[in-house]
Design a protein around this ligand. Structure first.
Ligand SMILES: Nc1ncnc2c1ncn2[C@@H]1O[C@H](COP(=O)(O)OP(=O)(O)OP(=O)(O)O)[C@@H](O)[C@H]1O
Ligand SMILES: [Mg+2]
Length: 635
C-alpha cells in the first residue's frame, strides 16, 4: 500500500487496528538500556502487516523510507494507551519504538490485534532461517487482516496449552507495574481467555457523523435525548490525536461523561464577562495560552447551555491568539447537544441567548447533522411521547399516560426511585434527611485528591464528592461505567446491603440489574488549566434519593420519580422525563401539561435549518448516499 493512500485511509476509516498516524521515536539501546541512536518521526504511519513467511511485521513509514521490524520476541508497554502512547520493545534487536499522539481508540484496537494475532501465530510451526533461504520467496508486505473469531480461538488454544518456555520467546505486556496478556499466561491459574474487542459499535448515523468529523469539517450534531450524542462524542475523542484534541462540555458533569474538562476551564477567561481585550490577556496566561495554540480539534458537549456572548468571545480570542483570520482561528469545531434541552443559565432578568444566535455561529459551523435513532428507550410509544414533550406539544393521550404514571410502583428489591428535583436545595435536604432517618451508624469515605489545595476545582468537575456518607439501606447511584455487559453502568441504581469486614469496610451494593457488587475506589482524571492533571480517588457512588434536573442532564436513569410543580425553565420537563429508560420506570407525581414548554427561538432555528435543507437527518442522508461535499460556502 502506498504511503499517501495509507494516510488518506487512516484519516477517514482506519478503524481495523492495522494502521494509524502518530508520532514515533525509534531508539537503539545499548546493553545497559541507554539510547545510542534516536530517530524522531513527527508524522509517521504505523502499519501492522505480514511478510512472505506470514510473520508479523511492524512497519513505520516516515513518508519516504519504510522501516520494518519483525515481531517475534517483544515487550509492550501499555500503561498510557488512554493518552495515545505505548512502546514496543524488540528484545533481540534491543530497539524500542515509542508511539505517541495516536488516537487512543485506534491504539487500543491495534494493541489487541497485535497481541491476539501474535499469540495465534505462535500456534503455527516456525520457519527456520535455513528454510527461509531455501524458499527463495520475493520479499512482500501485506497489511494484516482485521481480527476474527478464529484468531481469538487459536490464541486461546495456545493459552490453555502453553507453558513458560514457549511464551518466554513471545510477547510480554506491561501495564505499569502490573502485567497482562502474554505474561499472565506464565501462571496458568491466572490466564483470562481472550475475546474480540467489545467496544460497542456505532450505528450508521453515528458512523456517518464520525466520518464527517474525520474529514476535517466543523460539525454541529444534534438529536433528541438518548440518540447517543455523548456516546458518539467519546468515540470521536478516541479517534483524534490526543495532543491537539480538547474534549469539553458546558457543565462539569457532562464533561466527566466524555472524559474531558469544562469549556470554561479550557478557555481560562473566568466567566467571560470581562471586555474582550481583558479576556485575551487572561487567555495568554502561561498554561492557558498553550490550550489555545496547541488545539486543533475542539469538542463541546451540551452546547445548549453555552451562552452566545461567551461563544463569540471564544471565537474572537482564538483568532487573536492564533493570529488567524479563519473562524475560530482555524480550530476544527465538533459541537453537540440538543437546544430543546436546558438553555444557558440566565444572568439577571434577561433571557440568555443561545449559541446559535451568536454572531459567529454560522461562519463557524460547516455541517449540521441530526441523529434520529433513540437508543436510551426502546418502547416506541414512550419515544413518541417524549418527542411530543420535546417540542412542547403534549396531546390529551400523552397527558393521561403521564398522569397515570403517578400510580406506578417502581420500587424493587428495596431500591427506591430517584427523585429528580427542579431546585438544588431540595436535593441536599432530601438526601441528608433520608440518610439520617436510616438506623445504624454512618460510614464516611474520604476521597484522595491529587492536590488537596485545588479541591474546589476538583469538586466542580468530579461526579463524586470528597466525603461520601453511607449507611446500610442508603439509596445510591453508580457514577462510572464499571462493566457494561453486567449492567454496572453510570447511573445504575442500587442500595447498600452491607459493608465488608476489615479496615476499609467497602460497601456492597445490590443493583436493579440483580448484581450485588463490592465497590472499590476508582480514579477520575481531570485536566485543569496549565496542562495540569488533577485526580480524585473515591468510591464510584453518590446518594440517589434525589438529584437535580440540571445535574441529570446527559444521564440515563433506571427508575425516576419527578415532581414538575416548580419547573422554571424551558426544556426542563423534557430533560427530566427523558432520563427514564421506560415509562414503567417513571413516576410523575403531579403532571400538568402547562409545565412542558419548548423555546420558540429553538423551534424556529430547527425548522429554518430544515427548510433550508441544512439540517441533515443522517438516516435520510445515508439512504440518499449523500456525499459529504457541503462546506461553509453553502451556509
Ligand atoms: N451505538 C450504540 N451502541 C450501544 N449503546 C448506545 C449506542 N449509542 C448510544 N448508546 C446508549 O444509549 C444511551 C443514550 O446515549 P447518550 O447518553 O450518548 O445519548 P445523548 O444523545 O447524549 O442523550 P442526552 O441528550 O440526554 O445527553 C446510553 O446508555 C448509551 O450507552
Ligand atoms: Mg449527552
Amino acid at each position: 500500500m502506498k504511503y499517501g493512500s495509507t494516510i488518506a485511509a487512516i484519516g477517514q476509516y482506519g478503524d481495523d487496528g492495522a494502521q494509524f498516524q502518530c508520532s514515533v521515536v525509534v531508539e537503539r539501546l545499548n546493553s545497559s538500556g541507554q539510547a545510542t541512536k534516536r530517530q524522531v518521526i513527527r508524522k509517521a504511519a504505523v502499519l501492522l502487516g505480514r511478510n512472505e513467511f506470514q510473520e508479523i511485521i511492524l512497519r513505520v513509514h516516515d513518508g519516504k523510507v519504510p522501516q520494518s521490524y519483525t515481531l517475534k520476541e517483544f515487550q509492550l508497554f501499555t500503561r498510557f494507551v488512554k493518552d495515545g502512547k505505548c512502546t514496543v520493545k524488540l528484545l533481540p534487536e534491543n530497539i524500542q519504538v515509542l508511539i505517541s499522539d495516536c488516537p487512543p481508540h485506534l491504539l487500543n484496537i491495534f494493541l489487541k490485534t497485535l497481541s491476539i494475532k501474535h499469540q495465534a501465530w505462535q500456534t503455527s510451526k516456525p520457519v527456520t532461517d535455513r528454510e527461509k533461504l531455501k524458499a527463495c520467496l520475493p520479499r512482500s508486505f501485506e497489511t494484516i487482516s482485521p481480527l476474527q473469531q478464529k484468531d481469538v480461538q487459536k490464541a486461546n488454544e495456545l493459552r490453555s496449552k502453553v507453558n513458560a518456555p514457549v511464551l518466554s520467546r513471545g510477547l510480554v505486556v506491561r501495564t505499569g507495574n502490573k502485567m497482562t496478556g502474554g505474561e499472565q499466561a506464565l501462571h496458568p491459574s491466572k490466564k483470562p481467555s481472550l475475546s474480540l474487542p467489545t467496544a460497542r459499535k456505532l450505528n450508521k448515523e453515528q458512523a456517518a457523523v464520525l466520518s464527517a468529523v474525520l474529514s476535517g469539517k466543523n460539525v454541529f450534531f444534534t438529536g433528541s435525548a438518548g440518540t447517543g450524542k455523548s456516546f458518539l462524542l467519546k468515540r470521536i475523542v478516541g479517534s483524534l490525536p490526543p495532543k491537539s484534541t480538547y474534549a469539553t462540555a458546558s457543565t462539569g458533569v457532562a464533561a466527566c461523561h466524555i472524559g474531558g474538562t469544562t469549556l470554561h476551564n479550557f478557555a481560562g477567561i473566568g466567566s467571560g464577562s470581562a471586555p474582550l481585550e481583558q479576556c485575551i490577556e487572561l487567555a495568554q496566561r502561561p498554561g492557558v495560552l498553550q490550550h489555545w495554540t496547541s488545539c486543533r480539534h475542539l469538542i463541546i458537549d451540551e452546547i445548549s447551555m453555552v451562552e452566545a456572548q461567551f461563544f463569540d468571545k471564544l471565537e474572537a480570542i482564538a483568532r487573536s491568539l492564533r493570529r488567524s483570520t479563519e473562524p475560530f482561528g482555524g480550530i476544527q469545531l465538533i459541537v453537540c447537544g440538543d437546544f430543546l434541552q436546558l438553555p444557558p443559565v440566565s444572568k439577571g432578568k434577561d433571557k440568555a441567548t443561545f449559541c446559535f444566535q451568536s454572531r459567529s455561529w454560522r461562519k463557524c459551523i460547516h455541517l449540521n447533522m441530526e441523529l434520529t435513532e433513540v437508543r436510551r428507550q426502546t418502547d416506541q410509544s414512550f419515544i413518541s411521547l417524549l418527542q411530543a414533550v420535546r417540542v412542547g406539544r403534549v396531546t390529551e393521550e400523552f397527558t393521561a399516560k403521564l398522569m397515570k404514571s403517578a400510580y406506578h410502583k417502581i420500587e424493587r428489591d428495596g431500591i427506591l426511585a430517584t427523585r429528580l428535583c427542579t431546585h438544588k436545595d431540595d436535593v441536599e435536604l432530601t438526601n441528608d434527611n433520608k440518610l439520617q432517618q436510616l438506623p445504624g451508624s454512618v460510614r464516611v469515605f474520604e476521597a484522595v485528591d491529587s492536590d488537596p489545595a485545588l479541591v474546589k476545582t476538583i469538586d466542580s468537575q468530579s461526579p463524586v464528592s470528597r466525603l461520601l456518607q453511607l449507611k446500610v439501606g442508603a439509596q445510591v447511584m453508580l457514577t462510572k461505567n464499571l462493566d457494561v455487559q453486567r449492567g454496572l453502568v453510570n447511573g445504575a441504581r442500587g442500595v447498600v446491603v452491607d459493608f465488608q469486614p476489615g479496615k476499609l469496610g467497602l460497601p456492597r451494593v445490590r443493583f436493579l440489574c440483580g448484581t450485588t457488587e463490592a465497590l472499590k475506589p476508582e480514579r477520575w482524571m481531570f485536566k485543569a488549566g496549565g496542562g495540569l492533571y488533577l485526580s480524585r480517588q473515591q468510591l464510584p457512588l453518590k446518594l440517589a434519593w434525589a438529584i437535580s434536573i440540571h445535574k441529570s442532564q446527559g444521564m440515563t436513569l433506571d427508575c425516576v420519580e419527578i415532581s414538575l410543580a416548580r419547573v422554571f425553565e424551558r426544556g426542563q420537563a423534557y430533560v427530566a422525563l427523558s432520563r427514564a429508560k421506560s415509562l414503567e420506570g417513571l413516576r410523575v407525581m403531579d403532571f400538568d401539561p402547562h409545565v412542558v414548554r419548548a423555546d420558540p427561538d429553538v423551534l424556529h432555528f430547527y425548522s429554518k435549518l430544515r427548510k433550508e435543507r441544512l439540517l441533515l437527518q443522517v438516516s435520510f442522508w445515508l439512504c440518499a448516499s449523500f456525499v459529504l461535499t457541503i462546506g461553509p460556502n453553502v451556509l
